[in-house]
Design a protein around this ligand. Structure first.
Ligand code: TYM
Length: 323
């Protein structure tokens, strides 16, 4: 089973990214053929500072490797190191209806938040479809916010196959129920653009401040706390197994629980959870040559995998005029 997914290097990675996608991807490397990439072409739709993009791309590579992505068990690369994906984007563009893209809410949401309404932003889902189809991705682990983009990728694959004959694998989204939409500290979806994220590698002081500002309700201390829509409970639960979750539930339902104390506890849990990775990340950040070589090797493997699908697509649309 070929499992594939990408992430934008457009800022520090947060708990939403980690639980929605990164951790699940790292788990998949044990029993699947894992393809994982950093989508810096996509990041160009919202990052207009070249130095920042370079830095964030390198940092995202360090993050993934530090968290346990094993370059020997997976194919891990930076999107722009396999520029074939932009060629495929063009082939796909011509069978992608305008209506399909006009229905995408991510474009509307992003422009409403002040991201420039460019052609790149509008065509973003086509590049994402190319990311998946170019490598024959079968299963795509993502958070719920990417569900519509996955549907677009499926529509594009089916349409291309109908117009030009069997060319691409039709991908399946893989959205895990309990982590489908990790809430941010204000209760909306955790997202950099809402400024409500908890970064996985935030320094101690910043992390403490973020956790202490998680939005809570005003239920008096001596009453049971609601579980439904309780951001503090939901974020804490991410770090627990099923049995521990039950215990946390009971604590919330027992009068006397103080939100402030639970927040302090949660800060410790998050900090401890990422502590071993943090050290490894610092080590990798100093070993630039290793990280860059790793990405280069990954790109080589990815390019090889891409050539099968790209050649087939070029042939099926008739670009190979010499033959
Ligand atoms: P991006 O970079 O915004 O997010 C990376 C992954 O993190 C997930 N995620 C969340 N999951 C749960 N709760 C949250 N609050 C949360 N916030 C983010 C996202 O769903 C995503 O899985 N367009 C994609 C990147 C992409 C891609 C692809 C993904 C480009 N090409 C091909 C899969 C296949 C994006 O911007 O994700």
């Amino acid at each position: 089973m070929r499992v594939l997914s990408g992430i934008q290097p457009s800022g520090s990675l947060h708990l939403g990214n980690y639980f929605g996608m990164m951790r699940r991807m790292i788990d998949y490397q044990e029993n699947s053929e894992l393809f994982c990439f950093l989508v810096n072409y996509h990041a160009l739709t919202s990052v207009f500072d070249a130095d920042r993009l370079r830095r964030q791309t390198f940092e995202a590579a360090c993050d993934f490797l530090a968290l346990g992505l094993d370059p020997d068990k997976s194919v891990f690369w930076v999107q722009s190191d396999v520029p074939e994906v932009t060629e495929l984007t063009w082939l796909l563009s011509n069978i992608t209806g305008m209506g399909l893209l006009e229905r995408c809410h991510s474009y509307k949401d992003k422009t409403a938040k002040g991201i420039p309404a460019s052609h790149g932003l509008f065509a973003y889902p086509v590049l994402m479809a190319a990311d998946i189809l170019l490598f024959g991705g079968e299963k795509v682990p993502v958070g719920k916010d990417q569900k519509q983009h996955l549907e677009v990728a499926r529509d594009i694959a089916v349409r291309f196959n109908n117009v030009y004959g069997e060319t691409f694998v039709v991908p399946e989204p893989d959205i895990a129920g309990d982590v489908a939409l990790v809430p941010g500290i204000d209760g909306q979806k955790m997202s950099k653009s809402y400024d409500n994220t908890i970064e996985i590698f935030a320094d101690e002081k910043t992390l403490r401040k973020k956790v202490m500002s998680i939005k809570t309700d005003s239920t008096p201390v001596d009453e049971p706390k609601p579980l439904e829509g309780n951001v503090l409970f939901d974020l804490y639960a991410l770090f627990l197994d099923e049995r521990e979750r039950e215990t946390l539930k009971e604590r919330f339902l027992t009068p006397g629980l103080k939100y402030g104390e639970v927040k302090k506890e949660l800060f410790g849990v998050i900090y401890e959870y990422f502590a071993p990775y943090r050290q490894e990340r610092e080590r990798l950040a100093r070993d630039k040559q290793y990280v860059l070589e790793t990405m280069q090797n990954g790109a080589r493997k990815a390019r090889e995998a891409a050539s099968t699908y790209l050649e087939r697509a070029r042939h099926n649309v008739g670009l190979d005029y010499r033959s």
